[in-house]
Design a binder for this molecule. Structure first.
Ligand SMILES: Nc1nc2c(c(=O)[nH]1)N[C@H]1C(S)=C(S)[C@@H](COP(=O)(O)OP(=O)(O)OC[C@H]3O[C@@H](n4cnc5c(=O)[nH]c(N)nc54)[C@H](O)[C@@H]3O)O[C@H]1N2
Ligand SMILES: Nc1nc2c(c(=O)[nH]1)N[C@H]1C(S)=C(S)[C@@H](COP(=O)(O)OP(=O)(O)OC[C@H]3O[C@@H](n4cnc5c(=O)[nH]c(N)nc54)[C@H](O)[C@@H]3O)O[C@H]1N2
Ligand code: SF4
Ligand SMILES: [Mo]
Length: 706
């Protein structure tokens, strides 16, 4: 609990909760004032790494634009109301919708910050269950859903995440990820530049496949341009070469592996020569990369956002796992490995013997598959705007900004406006929460206790760390988990059982993999820098959760999806109207859509620019600093051009997460550098049909001078 002695300078240790890197930070503070935020050199995972965003944690704490009381929409403005009034109205309105239209008429959307908040992760599931609706959505389907679907089908659990053992590998093939800027995702490894350099120092090699020569590519030994959306073909060909040249090495997996012949047959049609013209990577290069992967003492293929948020994200993530397995690198030091987290989500949600629930339902309007109790975000607007039985009429949006983050954001904004009732649990009045009838104010960041339930699962080393809240809540703010409980009681009449994040974490730690070593919250409280639990160990055979105890190399749904790939990629539509291909990027001093109200992060030159190859720029008669108009099937926007030979010809890049207009929000700092929303241009009707994941890569666009 925050203490009351306000005169002395004190030090507090915690983990930065902004991105997945889990950097340890040291906060010196006096009373309620932050004096400095620095890297915690004694954190066993981050060992002294932080990025500029950590320092901004203090800005979100003091930000006068933060919501501090429950707010009710009134005409064009907002009026503060008490928690009692807000909860009474929410309970009445949402219960009424459910009484009249059925329980599924109320939906939830959960955004990315929930994954960084233990209380939210624990109590969100209870709220969703209490609502009795199956209509749940989250940012996962604009992100890593294809990973989870692959892991579920191959290993038996969506959270059995195969993590690149970056610190012991000799060869790292990075496809569609830019971890030097993103600080890693589905791979918690703070200090990526140092870790990549270490691979090179021990004689290893880093190869990056990306339509843009990224900050990661700049540090790599080799960079290969690839045409957006074609990575599945590259991965098919890489696996093809392993079979063709008899480079398969799976002996250490023994009889756990099934489906080898099916995969052999599936990839046989994809020779490097056949995929080269579509991917833009030469056949000889593809062969060489496959040989290098197989020959390296330890190697790993890591494919991320760029290879997930595309039309064949499902195939890409499946084929990445296959490539790691066939090249002899699954569950091996320096390859792709599994963590043993102290809070073991896989253990407590034991899937062994249970049927695979992927696709247990399909969405009403577009027939997209259900996974992990969620439908894909790309179809939320359809489910709100399409009448008939099962239509969504009420929404609870928690820590999410889908107007900015979902494909075709403007259509989703239109849908939110059409709802009968919406609640937002947020820290700001922003592009999404402004559509709510009631906004509930959440405490956040330095005000919240911290245990990373999610990201220890993806970490390149087993560690555990807990920090109490540093500062108190402000005004009428409450913790997200408290709000979830209050909603559960107001809407669903579910009484508070007295549990807290701490009680659940402590119980789970005491019953987890380190129980015998005395793991508990108390133990972690005594180790404020975190506890080192050691390097990853081969453990797949113990961790596998498939009903038959096998590792499934060739789940049928992937083999079937190859037909769609054939039809789409080998006979592409002509590109006359929209000749350019749009992709997204991330920038160091921005995290998704919500960090821009910190002046220190948005000052300096414009970060939200259109990257354009010099030849394309010359043809369009555009130069750096000029404005371009970019249009797609769904929308049009105007953006500053930045000419850069980083870009593959014909491909352009816009950062995601921007587009703040003060007329729409109360983000006064962000509105001074608003940027544009790339998702005005992305298409909600184009998804990875296998998983339902949003497709942001390779959006056809036209460009002209504005
Ligand atoms: N075109 C394109 N679109 C993308 C991406 C891309 O690369 N390209 N990336 C996708 C990815 S990977 C993701 S994860 C999604 C993100 O999608 P979202 O999660 O929908 O978007 P965020 O910008 O993370 O919004 C977080 C929201 O939570 C609020 N918030 C912040 N902290 C807290 C807190 O502690 N409590 C509460 N209650 N609220 C809080 C913020 O004010 C903000 O409204 O975007 C996706 N969209
Ligand atoms: N600074 C910063 N860090 C962040 C975030 C942030 O907003 N800002 N967001 C966090 C979140 S929520 C996530 S999920 C992670 C994501 O972390 P990453 O997965 O590393 O995501 P990006 O940095 O967007 O990198 C995706 C890369 O894919 C490339 N790409 C696009 N399309 C294609 C394609 O078709 N094929 C290939 N091969 N490449 C393609 C892009 O050029 C880009 O370099 O980052 C997290 N960290
Ligand atoms: S890399 Fe991520 S976790 Fe580390 S300091 Fe930056 S934002 Fe925080
Ligand atoms: Mo994400």
């Amino acid at each position: 609990m925050p203490d009351n002695d306000t005169s002395a300078v004190k030090t507090h240790y915690r983990t930065c909760n902004i991105c997945e890197a889990m950097c340890g930070i040291e906060v010196s503070y006096r009373g309620e004032e932050v004096i400095a935020i620095k890297a915690d050199k004694a954190d066993p995972l981050s060992r002294g790494h932080i990025c500029p965003k950590a320092v901004a944690l203090q800005d979100y704490y003091t930000d006068p634009d933060r919501v501090q009381t429950p707010l009710r929409r009134r005409g064009d403005g907002w009026e503060p109301v008490t928690w009692e009034q807000a909860l009474a109205e929410i309970g009445e309105r949402l219960r009424h919708i459910q009484d009249v239209c059925g329980r599924q008429a109320v939906a939830t959307y959960a955004g990315n910050p929930n994954a960084h908040n233990a209380g939210s992760l624990i109590f969100l599931a209870r709220l969703r269950k209490g609502l009795g609706t199956f209509n749940h959505y989250s940012s996962a389907s604009a992100d890593q859903l294809p990973h989870h679907v692959a892991y579920k089908h191959m290993f038996g659990h969506g959270s059995l995440i195969a993590v690149p053992d970056i610190d012991r590998t000799d060869y790292m093939l990075i496809i569609g990820g830019n971890p030097v800027v993103s600080n890693g995702s589905m791979m918690t490894a703070p200090g990526i530049p140092r870790r990549l350099k270490a691979i090179q120092k021990r004689g290893g090699k880093v190869v990056v496949v990306d339509p843009r020569r990224t900050e990661t590519a700049d540090r790599a030994d080799e960079h290969l341009y690839i045409k957006p959306n074609t990575d599945a073909l590259l991965l098919l060909a890489l696996n093809h070469v392993l079979f063709a040249e008899q480079l398969i090495e799976t002996r250490h997996l023994g009889d756990v592996l099934t489906g080898l012949d099916d995969v052999r047959q599936a990839v046989s049609a994809y020779s490097p020569e056949r995929v080269a013209p579509v991917t833009g990577i030469e056949a000889a290069t593809i062969r060489r990369i496959a040989r290098e992967m197989a020959a390296a003492p330890a190697a790993v293929c890591y494919s991320r956002m760029g290879a997930s948020t595309q039309q064949f994200g499902g195939l890409c993530q499946w084929l990445t796992v296959v490539f790691n397995i066939l090249s002899g690198n699954m569950d091996r030091e320096g390859g792709a490995m599994f963590t043993t987290p102290a809070f073991d989500l896989v253990g407590i949600t034991n899937a062994r013997g249970k049927p695979n629930t992927f696709g247990s339902r399909h969405s009403r309007v577009r027939n997209l598959p259900y996974n992990n109790n969620e439908f894909p975000i790309a179809t939320l607007a359809d489910e709100i705007l399409t009448g008939g039985e099962g239509q969504i009429r009420g929404l609870i949006a928690i820590a999410g900004n889908p107007v900015i983050s979902a494909p075709n954001g403007p259509r989703l904004a239109q849908a939110l406006e059409a709802l009968d009732f919406m609640v937002a649990v947020d820290i700001y009045i922003n592009e999404t929460s402004r559509h709510a009838d009631i906004i509930l104010p959440a405490a956040s960041g330095l005000q919240v206790s911290q245990y990373d339930i999610a990201f220890h699962i993806n970490a390149v080393r087993n560690t555990a760390k807990y920090a109490p809240a540093l500062f108190a809540k402000r005004g009428e703010q409450k913790y997200d988990w408290e709000i979830m409980k209050l909603l559960n009681s107001a809407i669903n009449d579910i009484e508070d059982d007295g549990s807290t994040p701490e009680s659940v974490i402590d119980y789970t730690l005491r019953h987890g993999p380190y129980a015998e070593q005395g793991m508990s919250l108390e133990l972690l409280r005594g180790h404020p820098h975190g506890l080192d639990l050691g390097a990853l160990q081969p453990n797949l055979k113990q961790r596998l959760q498939t009903p038959d105890g096998k590792l499934h190399l060739a789940p049928p749904l992937y083999l079937e999806d190859l037909g769609r790939l054939e039809q789409t990629l080998f006979s592409p539509a002509t590109a006359d109207t929209y000749p350019f291909s749009l992709i997204s990027r991330r920038v160091v001093r921005s995290h998704n859509s919500w960090t821009h109200n910190s002046r220190r992060l948005i000052k300096g030159k414009n970060q939200c620019t259109l990257l354009l190859n010099p030849h394309d720029a010359a043809r369009l008669r555009l130069d750096s600093g000029q404005l371009a108009q970019v249009s797609s099937r769904t929308g049009v926007l105007t953006i500053e051009v930045q000419v850069s030979d980083e870009m593959m010809p014909g491909v352009v890049s816009i950062p995601h997460g921007w587009g703040h207009d003060l007329a729409d929000t109360q983000l006064r700092v962000a509105a001074t550098r608003p940027g544009v929303n790339i998702n005005d241009l992305t298409d909600d009707t184009v998804v990875d049909e296998l998983t339902g994941n949003a497709s942001f890569s390779g959006v056809p666009v036209a460009i002209k001078a504005a």
